[in-house]
Design a protein around this ligand. Sequence first.
Ligand code: PRP
Length: 185
Amino acid sequence: MSSITIPPLSEDLIRVLIDADTIERKVSELSRKISDTYQDGKELVVVGVLKGAFVFTADLCRQLHIPHTVDFIALSSYGSKTDSTGNVRLIMDVREDLADKHVLIVEDILDSGYTLDYLKRNFSTRQPASLKTAALLSKPERLAVDITLDFLGFEIPDVWVVGYGLDYAEKYRTLPYIAEMRPVE
Ligand code: PRP
């Protein structure tokens, strides 16, 4: 049972889509699956995609039962996020050399899929021992590329969501739940 205080919904937010306890249970389940996958002493590097995945990455990694290191990468997309052009740009690279390491990319959300598609292609050129992907959320209706996640938390409808790392104009990232945001006029 979580001991965190749950802040009330603000007027920008319509409803809680996934509450904190449900997220906590799912993160534990994903951590167990990931730990099982990388047992046998594999050298694992978990790469969180900033900024959105900072909360999920921290919670997920703190429950892993296997040795691992944590790194982060930051990307930006040209154009509007509601109509992604697929032009993804690297703005902060990982510090670790990924060659011969088992790499797990951790995303908060798979929307169009352009960000993860770019990262998978970019990381593949660095000769990792293996490359897998995890996302807490996925919006199947929005997916514009052919991509399959290795570890997924929840499929959600095509609504704007905030909280647990996800923002609207940099607000709401630290809400402990995922909420649906009222469409912006
Ligand atoms: C969001 C999210 C993912 C990406 C998913 O990041 O955190 O990284 O978009 O979208 P896609 O599947 O359409 O590429 P954003 O660019 O909003 O930056 P942020 O994480 O810093 O908020």
